[in-house]
Design a protein around this ligand. Sequence first.
Ligand code: SAH
Length: 351
Amino acid sequence: MEQLIEKLASTHDLTDDELRCLIEDGSCDDLLFQKAEALRQQIYGKDVYVRGLIEISNYCKNNCYYCGIRRDNRQVDRYRLTPEQILECCAEGYDLGFRTFVLQGGEDPYFTDDLLCALLKTIKSRYPDCAVTLSLGERSRDSYQRLYDAGADRYLLRHETASPAHYNKLHPQELSLENRQRCLFQLKEIGYQVGSGFMVGSPYQTTDCLIADLRFLQQLQPAMIGIGPFLTHQDTPFREFENGNTQLVLRMIAILRLLFPYALLPSTTALGTADPLGREKGIKAGANVVMPNLSPVSVRKKYELYDNKICTGDEAAECRMCLSRRMESIGYKIVVDRGDVKSPERTKTPS
Ligand code: SAH
């Protein structure tokens, strides 16, 4: 095991069989996390980038079996933010030191290209020093192009799982891995900084699925890779399944850091929900981004992708301060910066 970790840390790759060993055997996690944290510090130091997450709508036309805001969940109190409300979140976020705004939501047809383009232009003209990230699911290439031309810099779209058979167990027929992946490659082609990722411990996931996830990411080479545990939501078809394992999430973060030295790896809210110190542990395993909630408190509880989601009661300022304290408690610091991905050409190459 030690040799495998050494090999991964020096060559940034492993064979499938080697990955399988590492994923399934947690006996050397301490060493693995140390190597990942050391590499992270070589490239990103002790800096933690922040993204202000604005949950713009919980309407969704899709019916993903794991997701709390799926179309068929009649228990959800649906909301959408107006452009004015979104701009207020940005104003508050800017004052709190955020230089990236992430507009995330269900696939809500209300957010047409015209509406989003106008909104993007306003945000970019008011905050030219900020990056705007969209996370609004699958749209047409033309739509992605228009949003990019209107000023969107980045797009987050997790591939969720890179195994087609597994994908079909998590989603109804009308959704396909093929289309998801096509969207990701289109976004890259257009020029977005792309974020992808997957859930860990989703129902029916095997080690082979996780290996496929890593291989797909090696193909895609996204700027950001977001992962978190699958967490049960009581009003979904997956209500009987158990939460994903936190330790496995941390192990996968460390493996991702060693496979993708320069990647932006968020320590996610789902990880913080699964374990009260999950986000701190994620950073210690090689992550370098956190995404505090900037949504109005009045809607926080309604954007419930999974049960017991944290940070639904705090004002944006409290959320931001709480995370600053948490990062400082482990010797890291949140920086006021757009937090763009670093590239080997612009940094001294780590050994
Ligand atoms: N509609 C957008 C945003 C989805 S929400 C899109 O399709 O990309 C963002 C992420 O939350 C999803 O990509 C998924 O990986 C994660 N998520 C959804 N339900 C979850 C659950 N029950 N447990 C853990 N993560 C979940």
